[in-house]
Design a protein around this ligand. Structure first.
Ligand code: FAD
Length: 468
């Protein structure tokens, strides 16, 4: 039946955008309802960030156990992996986190509604629980966070052996061979994980190098080198043109640097981007305006062209990343509560969990120059850091971008072990408006990888201690 219920803030979608928005709105005193048609936690917790990192970790552990460390005198007798158990463990990590989201929503008195939302008006959604039943909810404000789904390539329709990232994460056995179409961060993370688990991996990338979006060539080179050392075949300027699936394998044709080539593997994994879930919500009828590629247009408070409706995460422009969704979520919830919140993307980090890891925040040197800054960039290698050497992981470097006249930190990039965690400090420096001198004069414990950040800042000042 249609029972109208009065709600302050209604959130559609319970991914890292939606569930964070719901909690923050509730913390700010709003009566909140969240609608989710699938699992709490969205893509990120169920079939994205979390399970992929679990799989990557399993790959690392297996690879390390297998390789030993000859330089340290540690030899290995050959490790074994039970992939069913890997999948069970990965599932248990996901369950803990999604269960945690449910408890948090309940603890914040957020009403959780299971079903698919459709906007029947500017202040109401119809939620269908199945084909036959639906309920209407009236709201004062709404935050849409319906996320995205994998792009399907026409010549490579998804099937039993042509997988999207979700299929790639949920395989029951370690494939003998896999072709990864797309050398972006999802493709490269999956390629690295499976290569570590013993899969023969081929990567097809359309550009002339992998991870070309957001990272300078210098930074992606160590990743490419490592993948090659793991036996990954990287084909650049390669465009997949068709597949033929047989009982136990798949043949893929591609144009590689202008020549036709065929590749055969057990599976093809397509990771060529994601499409926003914005088509089937009834948004056009209520006047929500769209920009490019099905993305919803929003202002700096994440407000759409309809006054009381906000949109966040993968359905709006910007990096399609979980922490970006959560950030916009908090801003939108605060804006609804009447606070003067606004988004500022300069401190938005971007991380690739490759080997070694890649991370970037703020401007790259190139972007800063294009934006008209007179910049000074400084570099410091992991090799010159005691902690990195004692961890036996010394490949990589940090690059710090500062404004020449006053030393203001405006960007940082790291390629190296733990780059994902290290980048947070540079983000804080940018957010807090710190100069290279502020960072350089912050005492960092010894021996830690964090000292690399301090020394890169010293290098920016022209006085690094441990390099010449
Ligand atoms: P989503 O997480 O997609 O959640 C949207 C939710 O809305 C879904 O649960 C969906 O069921 C629900 N929904 C949709 N339509 C309706 C409707 N009509 N009614 C009700 N509910 C609806 N990001 C990172 O930052 N770091 C990473 O390491 C990372 N790794 C990734 C790895 C993979 C393999 C993938 C695929 C993605 C990864 N991402 C990562 C990206 C990240 O998952 C997304 O950016 C993030 O999930 C976006 O959050 P969101 O809240 O916008 O949407």
């Amino acid at each position: 039946g249609d029972f109208a219920e009065e709600i302050d803030t209604l959130v559609v979608g319970a991914g890292p955008g939606g569930y964070v928005a719901a909690i923050r709105a509730a913390q700010l005193g709003q009566k909140v309802t969240i609608v989710e048609k699938g699992n709490l936690g969205g893509v990120c917790l169920n079939v994205g960030c979390v399970p992929s990192k679990a799989l990557i970790q399993a790959g690392h552990r297996f690879h390390e156990a297998n390789e030993g460390a000859e330089n340290m005198g540690i030899t290995s007798k050959g490790a074994d992996v039970d992939f069913t158990k890997v999948q069970e463990w990965k599932g248990s990590v996901v369950e803990k986190l999604t269960g945690g989201v449910e408890s948090l929503l309940k603890a914040n008195k957020v009403n959780i509604v299971k079903g698919e939302a459709y906007f029947s008006d500017k202040d109401q959604v119809k939620v269908s629980t199945d084909e036959y039943s639906s309920q209407t909810y009236k709201f004062n404000n709404c935050i849409i966070a319906t996320g995205s789904r994998p792009v399907e390539l026409k010549p490579l329709p998804f099937g039993k052996r042509v997988l999207d990232s979700t299929g790639g994460l949920n395989l029951e056995e370690i494939p003998k061979s896999m072709i990864v179409v797309g050398g972006g961060y999802i493709g490269i993370e999956m390629a690295g994980a499976y290569a570590n688990l013993g899969t023969e991996v081929t990567v097809l990338e359309g550009e002339n190098r992998i991870l070309s979006q957001g990272f300078e060539k210098q930074m992606t080179q160590p990743v490419q080198k490592k993948l090659k050392a793991q036996g990954v075949d990287i084909q650049t300027e390669a465009f997949a043109q068709g597949v033929e699936e047989s009982e136990d394998s798949v043949t893929l044709t591609a144009e590689v640097k202008g020549e036709e080539k065929t590749f055969e593997a057990e599976y093809v994994l397509v990771a060529v981007g994601r499409r926003p879930n914005t088509e089937e919500l009834g948004l056009e009828q209520i006047g929500v305006e769209f920009g490019e590629r099905g993305l919803i247009q929003v202002d700096e408070q994440s407000r759409t062209s309809v006054d009381n409706i906000y949109a966040i995460g993968d359905i709006v422009p910007g990096l399609p990343l979980a922490h970006k969704a959560s950030y916009e979520a908090k801003v939108a919830a605060e804006a609804i509560a009447g606070e003067a919140a606004a988004v500022d993307y300069l401190g938005m980090p971007m991380v690739v969990f490759s080997d070694p890891e890649l991370a970037s925040v703020g401007y790259t040197e190139e972007d800063a120059k294009e934006a008209g800054f007179d910049v000074k960039s400084a570099k410091f290698p992991f090799q010159a850091n005691g902690r990195a050497l004692s961890l036996d992981v010394s490949e990589g470097f940090m690059k710090l971008i500062t404004r020449k006249d006053d030393g203001l930190v405006i960007g940082a990039q790291i390629v190296g072990p733990n780059a994902s965690d290290m980048i947070a400090e540079a983000g804080l420096a940018i957010e807090a408006g710190m100069t290279a001198e502020d960072v350089a004069m912050t005492v960092h414990a010894h021996p830690t990888l964090g000292e690399i950040t301090m020394e890169t800042a010293e290098a920016a000042l022209g006085m690094p201690i441990h390099i010449t």
